[in-house]
Design a protein around this ligand. Sequence first.
Ligand SMILES: Nc1ncnc2c1ncn2[C@@H]1O[C@H](COP(=O)(O)OP(=O)(O)O)[C@@H](O)[C@H]1O
Ligand SMILES: [Mg+2]
Length: 173
Amino acid sequence: MLILLGGEKGGTGKTTLATNLAVQRAQHGHDVVLLDTDIQGAASYWARVRQDAGRTPRVPCLHKYGPGLQADLQALTAQAADIIMDAGGRDAVELRAGLVTAARAYLPVQASQFDIWTLDHLEELVLADTVIYDRIAYRRAAREGKAVHELVPPDRKASAECALFYEEVFDAA
Ligand SMILES: Nc1ncnc2c1ncn2[C@@H]1O[C@H](COP(=O)(O)OP(=O)(O)O)[C@@H](O)[C@H]1O
Ligand SMILES: [Mg+2]
């Protein structure tokens, strides 16, 4: 199953959510591949840091982008592993290939204070149930090649909201 984290904006948390989902999926005993389709390669850097630190579970990461990606996605999904695809923040061939192939696509948006004041209206537009809050723990975990629940000491609220997101994505509740 291909899960896409995409959207046309940068800095909304796509890579953060992709890395957190990938670690949780591996910890639940599934074969998972983190597919970094952003030429900037942030997810790949994270995976390298994780690997160099010897963290388990290992999260295999592929870095692929460009016009051939659509065919690669079909081949990868046929191999049955769960693929968590991190797309760059722009309208590009990668995002389009992901959108046509993904079983589920999540397009995170960063809510501004203006959005929060009009949350009732926003809720009609937002389909995901999970809200991820702005927490320093996400930045710390990223630097260390970790998912947020692997931090020592843990940030309970961040861990809980990421676990909820995992349950939502994989219907694992
Ligand atoms: N929920 C969060 N709380 C605090 N910082 C976050 C959160 N999600 C992401 N960040 C930080 O914001 C920056 C952009 O996040 P990133 O996941 O790289 O976004 P994208 O992949 O959409 O460009 C990174 O420095 C990341 O550590
Ligand atoms: Mg990114």
